[in-house]
Design a protein around this ligand. Structure first.
Ligand code: COA
Ligand code: ZN
Length: 305
């Protein structure tokens, strides 16, 4: 049996939050349905954040309602605070992703509170979530570099992860929000986190700003991580982190993993179809770095893996 790697497609959240075109609820549901049909079992379906701060994520409750009957799907949503948790729970999210930035400046700009205040809310949210049967992922943003404060001290990330696990989060997602990490730094930080808290409870999130997302995924994989965020079509970016471009494209990540013998459960040609669809909805998706090669293979009827 091949070893599985879980891909959480964050296209419907990270991918859409910073686009000039705002997709309708129906288009967002169509995107998620396409991902599910391609075999994706975990999606970041949206965010319960202020619609004034991120207009593209308004009406995430309606998106969740539109996918409520999909079985076997982990419906994740990003939340910045306790109000976000309450909205997410009422809307039927399976997993909440609570974002905390590893730098004070970024945390203030992103969620308008101190790291200490975010951690206090994380404690309340974990308690509620345990009673409600909701999974909690603590996402540590700008884990390698902050656009305002520069390089992040790995000790700070280790400490934040420890606090989050102690509060009861199920997983910690380590995020390179602006795509500034490199494979050596990724390996070093992830090995340290894995030896302290276990690789099974870690996930990683990489942006491809400097064309290193795939190399960084490989470094995290070698350090034991088996859960990755990526976005169909390579869409993505953060409105509060200047310079951040798209996420690692799910198409490229699936290809990397399947070529190395891992099982993602995702049908690559079906996923390419979803990438094309989101590309025409937004006019910004690239389809991933190997898109041109994959299209030629498909035209020839040749294998993609
Ligand atoms: N979802 C929706 N609305 C929320 C909310 C949430 N999670 N949290 C607070 N609000 C509302 C409040 O009810 C209030 O509404 P009102 O103006 O109608 O009274 C308004 O937002 C302001 O509340 P306040 O607590 O003062 O928040 P703020 O203005 O300091 O903003 C956040 C804090 C977290 C809500 C806002 O900065 C935000 O949504 N950030 C999103 C970050 C994000 O998505 N980043 C990208 C992904 S990492
Ligand atoms: Zn991101």
């Amino acid at each position: 049996m091949r070893e599985s790697v879980l891909i959480n497609d964050v296209g419907p959240r990270d991918g859409l939050q910073n686009q000039t075109r705002i997709l309708s609820v129906e288009q967002r549901i169509e995107l998620i349905s396409g991902l599910v049909n391609a075999g994706v079992r975990s999606v970041e379906a949206g965010a319960f954040v202020s619609p004034k701060a991120v207009p593209a994520m308004a009406n995430t409750d309606q998106v969740l309602a539109g996918i409520s009957d999909v079985s076997g799907l982990d419906r994740q949503v990003l939340i910045p605070n306790r109000k976000g948790y309450e909205l997410a729970r009422s809307a039927g999210a399976d997993t909440v992703v609570l974002v905390i930035c590893a730098s004070e400046t970024m945390n203030q700009r992103n969620v308008r509170m101190s790291i200490e205040a975010s951690i206090a809310q994380a404690g309340e949210i974990c308690q509620l979530a345990r009673a409600d049967g909701v999974r909690v992922v603590g996402c540590i943003a700008v884990a390698w570099q902050c656009p305002f404060e520069g390089g992040t001290d790995p000790g700070k990330v280790l400490d934040l992860a420890g606090q989050l696990f102690a509060l009861g989060v199920d997983d910690v997602n380590v995020a390179d929000t602006i795509g500034a990490a490199n494979p050596l730094a990724v390996g070093k930080l992830i090995r340290a986190l894995a030896s302290e808290y276990g690789a099974a409870r870690l996930a990683c999130h990489f942006h491809d700003t400097r064309a290193l997302a795939m190399a960084n995924i490989f470094a995290a994989l070698e350090a034991g991580v088996r859960k990755f965020d990526s976005a169909v079509g390579g869409i993505g970016g953060c409105p509060f982190a200047p310079g951040a471009t798209g996420n690692a494209a799910s198409e490229d990540v699936v290809m990397l993993l399947e070529q190395m013998g891992f099982d993602t459960g995702i049908d690559l040609s079906a996923l390419m179809g979803v990438g094309k669809m989101v590309g025409s909805m937004l006019a910004t998706a690239t389809g991933g770095r190997a898109d041109a090669w994959r299209r030629i293979q498909l035209e020839k009827g040749a294998p993609l893996i």
